[in-house]
Write a protein that binds this ligand. Sequence first.
Ligand SMILES: *[C@@H]1O[C@H](CO)[C@@H](O)[C@H](O)[C@H]1NC(C)=O
Ligand SMILES: *[C@@H]1O[C@H](CO)[C@@H](O)[C@H](O)[C@H]1NC(C)=O
Ligand SMILES: *[C@@H]1O[C@H](CO)[C@@H](O)[C@H](O)[C@H]1NC(C)=O
Ligand SMILES: *[C@@H]1O[C@H](CO)[C@@H](O)[C@H](O)[C@H]1NC(C)=O
Ligand SMILES: *[C@@H]1O[C@H](CO)[C@@H](O)[C@H](O)[C@H]1NC(C)=O
Ligand SMILES: *[C@@H]1O[C@H](CO)[C@@H](O)[C@H](O)[C@H]1NC(C)=O
Ligand SMILES: *[C@@H]1O[C@H](CO)[C@@H](O)[C@H](O)[C@H]1NC(C)=O
Ligand SMILES: [Fe+2]
Length: 469
Amino acid sequence: MGRWWPSRLLLGLLCAVVSAGLVGRTDGGVTSSFVRKPAKAVDMPIDSDVFRVPPGYNAPQQVHITQGNHDGSAMIISWVTEEEEPGSSKVLYGTDRDQLDLNSEGKYTRYKFYNYTSGYIHHCTLRHLKHDTKYYYAVGIGHTIRKFWFTTPPEVGPDVPYTFGLIGDLGQSHDSNVTLTHYESNPKAQTVLFVGDLSYADKYPNHDNVRWDTWGRFVERSTAYHPWIWTAGNHEIDFAPEIGETVPFKPFSHRYHVPYRSSGSTAPFWYSVKRASAYIIVLASYSAYDKYTPQYQWLEAELAKVNRSETPWLIVLMHSPWYNSYNYHYMEGESMRVMFEPWFVKNKVDVVFAGHVHAYERSHRVSNIAYDIANGKCKPVPDESAPVYITIGDGGNVEGLANNMTEPQPNYSAFRESSFGHAIFEIKNRTHAYYTWHRNQDGNAVAADSMWFYNRSVRDLSECSSCSI
Ligand SMILES: *[C@@H]1O[C@H](CO)[C@@H](O)[C@H](O)[C@H]1NC(C)=O
Ligand SMILES: *[C@@H]1O[C@H](CO)[C@@H](O)[C@H](O)[C@H]1NC(C)=O
Ligand SMILES: *[C@@H]1O[C@H](CO)[C@@H](O)[C@H](O)[C@H]1NC(C)=O
Ligand SMILES: *[C@@H]1O[C@H](CO)[C@@H](O)[C@H](O)[C@H]1NC(C)=O
Ligand SMILES: *[C@@H]1O[C@H](CO)[C@@H](O)[C@H](O)[C@H]1NC(C)=O
Ligand SMILES: *[C@@H]1O[C@H](CO)[C@@H](O)[C@H](O)[C@H]1NC(C)=O
Ligand SMILES: *[C@@H]1O[C@H](CO)[C@@H](O)[C@H](O)[C@H]1NC(C)=O
Ligand SMILES: [Fe+2]
């Protein structure tokens, strides 16, 4: 803490507090000096415990759930069966563990990818769920029944507390397993906001889609119980013309359904959901976003729909970060930033979470929207109306850590560290949210970086003048 700004120290608990182990302040914020073992990330072998197929004839596997409509009163249940016959697409559910008296009929799909043929991929939407209620559900009706549960979010409203986990670029290495275990050990987390790059199956010969299946089985222990809100990353594109695969996002879009239609979107790669007191907008770094494109038109209309009196917290997820000071994917997010950053500032987006860069970084509240080709105003400047940008692409995939940083640390960057981990965004009420980042080497209670977020319209700036700048 020694070299941290004295004004911040005085602000104590109320303002951004960063844990011990920090030196090396440069131009901008802090580059953590935390020393980790330089071990290479290695995928878990195919016969690992986490990849085991559940026993029983045509047992449902890779069970995962996600929010099923805009206000959180529906849930999409998905799973895969791998025998010759598809099995039932029905879900039995109810609030009494022993009496699943409701049911919903889903559909199945399957796809081929080069010489791989998927199992039957079932998707079933449960509608008209009661808010803030624990439901039990069963899949595999008629053959091997497996039971799980989930809790619906409270009704949308400005003071509803809710806790999100943030995970990105997870993959299926030993480190991925540590990240997931670490997330699971947080007793408060209720839903995962996933910022893209799921299985990394495309790292295998011919994008071996068996690795999509192993990934689905690996994460089931969380995704069958907690909804994961999906963002598409570059490892979801699976565009491989050299083996005749020319339809982008084929495996991802068959396997992971999202409620894009309920937010008026025309494609599953950009959409929004409301959950508790948060409005979550998911953007697509790998779909067109120039002026006149569907995503551009959708986002323009979408931002106008956000009612901050109802959902004070406006969160955006995307894969490729706009503010990134690592020497990886440098400026890949730049063209989207140019298109959308003025809207984010105008609409006072609270926070933007991205992945892609396999490390951790948090920005100050900055914007870079004054440049007009001729005026030379092309540097990020402090801006209270701007979001905080967080890169959380540190899930632990096989590509390993990004550890080469631009030097000196640019002044928009508040904190950066090249470690695997996950984050927690804990909304307390309409004015306060507490954010923490947890590196894998630490116990769950340890936050290696943290920050209080405030509703910037109501907060008394004099009380906390340098909190998030
Ligand atoms: C993955 O993590 C879980 C939970 O900590 C553990 O039970 C399992 O053995 C781990 N598997 C591998 C292959 O690391
Ligand atoms: C697909 O092709 C690869 C080599 O081209 C081969 O190793 C693999 O066994 C094949 N898989 C199937 C399911 O046929
Ligand atoms: C939070 O800010 C929005 C404006 O961005 C405001 O409409 C909302 O009521 C605020 N929440 C309060 C006052 O608690
Ligand atoms: C915004 O939300 C508040 C609180 O739910 C509601 O009273 C108000 O009517 C909404 N405004 C609009 C324009 O829908
Ligand atoms: C970074 O420094 C430059 C000049 O050195 C200044 O113009 C700019 O406002 C600073 N940006 C931030 C985010 O502090
Ligand atoms: C870090 O990245 C820079 C810019 O790409 C490159 O010039 C440099 O060689 C890299 N350093 C290491 C140690 O890889
Ligand atoms: C909102 O939460 C913060 C942090 O827990 C608390 O200090 C504050 O009193 C709460 N505000 C209201 C209106 O309850
Ligand atoms: Fe990526």
